[in-house]
Design a protein around this ligand. Structure first.
Ligand code: DI6
Ligand code: FE
Length: 413
């Protein structure tokens, strides 16, 4: 007789398993059993094996849907301050240059982060993770990049690691020292700053085990292809995963470089062309689209969704939550935005925030789909079909969040 710790019945399950031949990998009238925080059994209720009915807690889903816990594979969610003043200035007619000259943009967030204590940053991050957890997020990637000196980059990554230890949500950390050139390096230039990133910051961050991956903002207004390659090569020499902010505002060929170097993902990619998509298709690199930044910056250049489909490149959907280009702390809203702004299908958006997002974090072995042996991270939703998650926004449909088999104390209803 099977011995389980928890059992869910009377549910429909969007397993998101890639080897399934039905949409969403759906199992209608299904059941999920959990043992030691992992999925021990999943299938249709009528096939449920014999189990100990007296000792197993049973949750009944009233024919609602279960999906994997959502995964937000691209955020900058540990930051201090906000940029509402710049938002207001721009809407009153100020240009980007005016704002930059007044110390604004990324560098204003850098100043706020340098001034903040670790406790303050932790508290800000904790509230943001709470908001994400309420809408079914169980794993989040958090980047640094608002420190731009060793002390503050280390502080931001330490806070991200601490959040992962103390919050229900699992956190994957990414070092983005090469996000912008700090004021101190204005005269010395970008190459000198990259030397500092590689020779000073990276060894410290690696030896303190603060980052799971390394990212670079590869763009005309940030770092060129050569500088990007230097940082990614150094990261790989430490055995760290790599990823890239690429082709957001122009096409520098960052995606092709990243794909050839074995990056987990290339992110933004509005300006990606067919050669770049081909390079991705010949690699294991995911394409991460960030509709929140596209929306907030009122961009018009669409990412090449149809080409990505044709070439079978896994698409990831993430929030890019940050104070400058995507001040939107909602992974769930991204499902809707990816459909309305980029014409993804609801199934593609759900893959992009579950199984493909897991791949983009190098965690597809343990999370992202509901299959035997994977972590029991899933959500029960007050919906009649999985497409409702992409269709509607506002009344939070998340009834229950289950992390490692435990029901989290989250109350939306
Ligand atoms: N791309 C972006 O959209 C953000 N960073 C990046 O590399 C912008 C971050 C900010 O404006 O604070
Ligand atoms: Fe970003």
């Amino acid at each position: 007789m099977a011995q389980w710790d928890q059992l869910w019945i009377d549910v429909n399950i969007a397993t998101m398993a890639l080897n399934s031949d039905v949409p969403y990998g759906a199992i209608k009238e299904g059941a999920i059993a959990v043992k030691d925080g992992k999925i021990a059994w999943i299938g249709t209720y009528k096939d449920l094996p014999k189990f100990d009915v007296f000792s197993t807690p049973i949750y009944k889903g009233k024919n609602r849907w279960i999906t994997p816990g959502l995964i937000d594979a691209h955020t900058h969610l540990v930051f201090a301050g906000n940029r509402a003043n710049e938002f207001e200035m721009r809407l009153n007619g100020a240009s980007y240059e005016d704002i930059a000259r007044a110390g604004g943009g990324i560098l204003s967030t850098v100043q706020a982060c340098r001034d903040a204590t670790e406790e303050q940053l932790f508290e800000l991050g904790r509230k943001r993770l709470n908001a994400l957890a309420k809408e079914g997020v169980t794993t989040v990637e958090i980047k640094s990049g608002y420190g731009l000196n060793t002390e503050t980059e280390v502080k931001l990554l330490r806070v991200a690691r601490e959040l992962g230890l103390h919050h229900h949500i699992d956190v994957s950390t990414t070092f983005l020292g090469a996000h912008a050139i700090p004021a101190e390096f204005k005269d010395a230039g970008a190459d000198a700053y990259i030397d500092y990133v590689i020779n000073e910051m990276l060894p410290k961050i690696n030896s303190d085990n603060l980052a799971d991956a390394v990212d670079v903002f590869c763009e005309n207004i940030a770092f060129n292809l050569d500088q990007t390659q230097r940082v990614l090569t150094a990261a790989k020499s430490y055995g760290l995963n790599i990823k890239l902010h690429a082709e957001q505002l122009s096409n520098l060929g960052g995606s092709t470089l990243a794909a050839k170097m074995g990056a987990l993902s290339v992110d933004h990619i509005e300006h990606l062309n067919e050669d770049g998509v081909k390079a991705l298709s010949q690699s294991d690199t995911c394409a991460t689209i960030l509709p929140g930044a596209f929306y907030f910056l009122r961009e018009t250049q669409q990412p090449p969704i149809e080409l990505l489909r044709q070439y079978n490149v896994p698409m990831v959907v993430a929030s890019d939550f940050n104070p400058g280009s995507s001040p939107i702390c909602s992974t769930l809203l991204m499902l809707n935005m990816a459909c309305t702004l980029f014409k993804l299908t609801p199934e593609e958006t759900l893959k992009g925030t579950t199984i493909h997002a897991a791949k983009a974090l190098g965690m597809a072995e343990s999370i992202g789909s509901l299959e035997v042996g994977k972590q029991a991270d899933f959500c029960l939703w007050d919906i009649d079909s999985p497409a409702e998650l992409s269709y509607r926004y506002g009344v939070n449909p998340c009834l229950q969040v289950i992390k490692n088999g435990q029901v989290l104390p989250i109350h939306n209803h």
